[in-house]
Design a protein around this ligand. Structure first.
Ligand SMILES: Cc1cc2nc3c(=O)[nH]c(=O)nc-3n(C[C@H](O)[C@H](O)[C@H](O)COP(=O)(O)OP(=O)(O)OC[C@H]3O[C@@H](n4cnc5c(N)ncnc54)[C@H](O)[C@@H]3O)c2cc1C
Length: 407
């Protein structure tokens, strides 16, 4: 049976903080916008009881409460939601296809906001204590709640040791379970030296987690010594696992550029290597994974998707419109020569009595159309005929060049 097809301006994959923010911006720009979420709208933040560091909420908020507000705001701007899993994508053509079990969604632009998940130890009973029941993956989020408490950090990479040291500012004691022999850690040397001389940190070498125990809430992490095979129960209030993070990017492998660790590679405009495909939030290769940064990424991706669609409109319906010859003046508003030449180009267009259609493209605002025309640098004159680029003048443009070429 053929799948149903639906068309949208923008399809956003993932309804966490990044996707919802992108949705708010696209919806508010009156784009026909769809957010596809496979689990819970609100994403990873809904798993945390207390979000204290999202600006605007001095008393803090539950993750669920905060995300419900994001959801409400996106719906207010007309965003459509579908609760289903995106199975595959096809970004080969201008119209992108986002496949779910029953429907193929066609979109002019796509925003990837699929986030990720912390890697877990897979030790016994772990599932019972994840997130709010004693196993945390975020020191920035949960350190304050562990003031004067006993905590354990699992892992010895940069994140584990740096977050562990951060936790010593709050917790009474920070145990660190390290899989390696004494003195061997996966973090950088400076972090290692600092951590090993920190009196609040105690290293438990050659250990892995055997099981997690506690009535309702975690109270003991049972470690196993890999050398002696002995079990070592450690009483703690919270266990912080820093053994890696896995971005949800399997469906994009080989389709958009990913880093070695599987994160989407974007520029500061949240553009991926595929034109019309943007990516925002924890799924991106980035320094800080928080709601506040996901929101920033989502806002940029939403605005860029809108800009991309507007530029598409100009590119296909104005510049390549075959009704009459076109001239595109590609300039940069910050370049003095461009500013000198711009009024001359405008005057020549006015004098031509409609013989050609002039489009002015300011690359200072956006490089999208220049990129579509295949030109770099400024000033550039592009001549379009019969819906195709006919000629490009991109060197030594002077007043005389314009008078000669446009008369
Ligand atoms: C326990 C915990 C506590 C935290 N506490 C804080 C805190 O106090 N403050 C703070 O700022 N940050 C906190 N964070 C970090 C914060 O939750 C994330 O940075 C934020 O959620 C990232 O948002 P996102 O939209 O990029 O990704 P996510 O929130 O992960 O959202 C991605 C969404 O995409 C969906 N998805 C994935 N694949 C598909 C698919 N194929 N089809 C459809 N949908 C898909 C997922 O189901 C998910 O809902 C915490 C994280 C954790 C784990």
């Amino acid at each position: 049976m053929d799948k149903k097809t639906e068309q949208y301006d923008v399809v956003i994959i993932g309804g966490g903080a990044a996707g919802l923010t992108a949705g708010i911006y696209c919806g508010r720009a009156r784009l026909k916008t769809l957010i596809i979420e496979k689990a819970l709208v609100g994403g990873l933040a809904t798993y945390t009881n207390e979000i204290e560091n999202f600006p605007g909420f001095p008393e803090g908020s539950t993750g669920l409460g905060l995300m419900e507000l994001f959801h409400k705001q996106a719906k207010k701007f007309g965003v459509t939601f579908k609760l289903t899993d995106v199975k595959a994508v096809n970004f080969d053509n201008d119209v992108k296809v986002v496949e779910t079990f029953r429907v193929n969604y066609e979109a002019k632009a796509v925003i990837i906001a699929t986030g990720g998940k912390p890697r877990i130890t897979k030790a016994k009973n772990e599932e019972n204590y994840l997130f709010d029941k004693g196993i945390s993956f975020c020191a920035t989020c949960d350190a304050a709640a562990n003031t004067d408490k006993m905590v354990i950090v699992i892992g010895s990479g940069d994140a584990a040791i740096e977050e562990g040291m951060f936790l010593t500012r709050f917790a009474k004691k920070v145990y660190v379970s390290v899989i390696h022999d004494e003195g061997i850690m996966d973090c950088n040397e400076i972090a290692k030296e600092q951590a090993m001389s920190n009196p609040k940190m105690e290293f438990l070498w050659n250990t892995v987690v055997d099981s997690f125990e506690g009535e309702g809430h975690l109270d003991t992490v049972v470690l196993r010594n890999l050398k002696t095979k002995e079990q070592q129960p450690v009483k703690v209030d919270t266990c912080f696992e820093f053994i890696g993070y896995e971005p949800n990017t399997d469906i994009f492998k080989g389709i958009v550029d990913l880093s070695e660790k599987g994160y989407v590679i974007v520029n500061e405009l949240m553009e991926t290597n595929v034109s019309g495909v943007f990516s925002a939030g924890d799924t991106n290769e980035k320094f800080l994974k928080q709601v506040a940064t996901a929101v920033g990424d989502g806002a940029i991706a939403g605005v860029m998707a809108e800009k991309y669609l507007a530029e598409n409109e100009v590119f296909y319906h104005q510049i390549l419109n075959a009704e009459k010859p076109g001239v595109v003046f590609v300039y940069d508003a910050t370049c003095e020569l461009c500013r000198e030449l711009l009024p001359i180009v405008e005057e020549m267009a006015a004098r031509s009595n409609g013989a050609f259609r002039l489009t002015k493209v300011d690359v200072y605002k956006s490089k999208g159309i220049a990129r579509r025309l295949g030109v770099a640098g400024t000033p550039v004159l592009v001549f379009v005929k019969d819906g195709k680029v006919d000629r490009v003048i991109d060197k030594n443009i002077t007043r005389d060049t314009i008078l000669n070429e446009l008369s």
